[in-house]
Design a protein around this ligand. Structure first.
Ligand SMILES: Nc1ncnc2c1ncn2[C@@H]1O[C@H](COP(=O)(O)OP(=O)(O)O)[C@@H](O)[C@H]1O
Ligand SMILES: [Mg+2]
Length: 372
């Protein structure tokens, strides 16, 4: 007897500067999913935030070009409706609800705000659908560099020294004070963003105020952080209760730092070394710290943990990404591949982890009755 296929919804696109990266990742995932095992449904979120159901075989235009890639015009507006037992995507046009499409699991492949920051995860949790990756709390923590770094510090995990500034206190900080504390250069970053958007490396007094203004264009909270001169190392982590770390990799930016231009505009913006060339002892130290950070930040499913490694061997965590780039050539799956886990097996594991977590949460009591 043929086993029933798992109905998976791929949530991609989204209202963020990483819309195109998300689509490229989604294409890789759709191509690699075992069609014998999965029935694939694409839920493309356009740049205005609207959700549309699309055919998995033709959901993209210019799919091979990372700059021109976009969602196809063929679409049906859908909404996620919470149900008692079954989790459903219900299609609707204006006020007319269409037939429900039951899904067993959703894979959000969305980067940045409204995707990686806990908002979509909250929606999926409300709708009682198992979903791949970090939950609400860890997604939100991972997105907020201020909260993330405070939790890392509390766990005794080294990160660059930093201060946090809210927009209503913008004028309370001076270049002199920061220069005294961190020296030059230093970094200014929006607290909640990604893709290096709004980030500046400040090298002079003149650059300070424009950098501050630039970061505050994107968030009401920013961080100012000491510069760490070191190699950029990344490590993939996978799992719920018992997370595993992959072999680490290295990214070598060809720009001043790994800026938006280096990430997305210049095809030669960085070189990747997978796996990294480091002594065994250091690799083990990186893997151990990656798992410690993952757990300190309450992560589940997956995350990519990014480090700075100084020449004296000191290791710092820069940040965690709870929905890392997921194209076939992205660091997260490439590191697993280098560690012996092919892309499609990684997808199977992530989906299984999502279902396991959901099943455990479903068993929790949702009512309290002192007499029963
Ligand atoms: N404290 C720092 N010292 C040195 N380089 C940094 C520092 N913070 C950020 N960078 C550089 O800026 C890049 C982007 O910063 P990051 O904090 O990772 O932001 P994002 O979340 O946008 O990726 C890093 O990959 C690195 O090249
Ligand atoms: Mg980064």
């Amino acid at each position: 007897m043929a086993t029933k296929k798992i109905r998976i919804g791929i949530l991609c696109g989204g209202k963020s500067v990483e819309h195109e990266v998300s689509l490229t990742s989604a294409k890789s995932v759709v191509d690699a999913l075992d069609k014998e095992k999965y029935e694939i449904h694409i839920i493309g979120i356009d740049k205005s935030g609207a959700w549309h159901l699309r055919d998995s075989s033709q959901f993209l235009r210019h799919a091979e070009d990372p700059k021109l890639i976009h969602l196809s015009g063929d679409k049906k507006t859908v909404a996620l409706i919470p149900r008692d037992e079954r989790k459903e995507i219900v299609s609707f046009t204006h006020d007319q609800f269409g037939p429900a499409l039951g899904l067993d699991v959703i894979f959000p492949i969305l980067h940045g705000t409204y995707g990686e920051d806990g908002t979509v995860q909250g929606l999926l949790k409300m709708a009682q659908v198992p979903f791949v990756g970090a939950g609400v709390l860890s997604s939100a923590i991972g997105m907020d560099k201020d909260v993330m770094k405070r939790l890392l510090q509390q766990a005794g995990i080294p990160t660059a020294r930093f201060i946090t500034l809210h927009s209503h206190h913008k004028d309370s900080v001076s270049f002199l004070e920061i220069n005294e504390k961190f020296g030059l250069p230093f970094f200014i970053k929006p607290a909640n963003l990604g893709s290096s958007v709004g980030i500046s490396k400040v090298k002079s007094k003149e650059a300070f105020l424009p950098a501050l203004d630039n970061a505050f264009r994107f968030d009401r909270k920013i961080i100012i952080e000491e510069f760490i001169s070191g190699r950029e190392i990344e490590c993939s982590v996978l799992g719920n209760e018992y997370p595993l770390a992959s072999l680490p990799g290295e990214l070598i930016p060809t720009h001043e730092f790994y800026s938006y231009e280096a990430k997305y505009v210049d095809p030669e913006g960085a070189h990747f070394k997978i796996p990294v060339d480091l002594p065994e002892e250091m690799i083990l130290k990186i893997q151990k710290m990656a798992v410690e950070a993952y757990q300190a930040l309450c992560c589940e499913g997956m995350a990519r943990v990014d480090f700075f490694l100084k020449t004296n061997g000191e290791l710092f965590i820069n940040e965690i990404n709870t929905i890392p780039g997921f194209t076939k050539i992205s660091m997260y799956p490439k590191l697993w591949e280098a560690s012996g886990m092919p892309y499609s097996e990684l997808l199977d594991r992530l989906i299984q982890l999502a279902v396991d977590r959901f099943d455990k949460e479903k068993k929790l009591h949702t009512i309290y009755c002192p007499l029963c």
